[in-house]
Design a protein around this ligand. Structure first.
Ligand code: DQA
Length: 143
């Protein structure tokens, strides 16, 4: 199977210590390990950046892959550049949030990237990544 790209945006490098009561105690390395254990046959590109332009480039790089899972962090709520990059990348795409963004501050309830993805997962913690990758693989095998 072609690769699955799992892209994490701004401030997600601090997972594990950043507001554990909201985001849990797992680090991104833990989440990556979890994904590789759960889906041993998948070739993952697992990345994090705090730079919007870098993220846009990575989204475009995912063209031709089996699919893309993205947690854009706070860019979710205002980055039209990321929306446009996702819209231009024609693979199965899932937006993931560890927290339930609808149960928090008002400004987190709006995602400007959601119209450019196939599905959104929020509030399932790290398990949301498993669900998102499961969806992408299902699409790749026609399920
Ligand atoms: C987040 C939710 C965003 O509102 C926030 O800015 C983040 C993380 C989540 O995974 O719950 O950085 O995307």
């Amino acid at each position: 199977m072609a690769s699955v790209h799992v892209l994490n945006g701004v401030n997600l490098g601090a997972l594990g210590t950043r507001r554990p009561e909201v985001y849990g105690t797992l680090t991104l390395d833990d989440i990556q390990r979890m994904l590789r254990e759960e889906f041993p046959g998948v070739d993952f590109e697992f990345r994090q950046t705090d730079y919007e332009g870098e993220m846009v480039g990575w989204v475009r790089e995912a063209a031709g892959s089996a699919g893309l899972v993205v947690n854009p962090g706070a860019w979710t709520h205002y980055s039209y550049a990321l929306h446009d990059a996702l819209e231009a990348t024609n693979v199965p795409k899932v937006e993931v949030h560890l927290s339930n963004v609808h149960a928090r501050e008002d400004w987190r309830r709006r995602s400007v990237v959601s119209p450019a993805v196939d599905a959104v997962v929020a509030g399932m913690g790290a398990r949301g990544y498993l669900a998102a990758v499961g969806y992408v693989i299902g699409r790749a095998v026609g399920a």
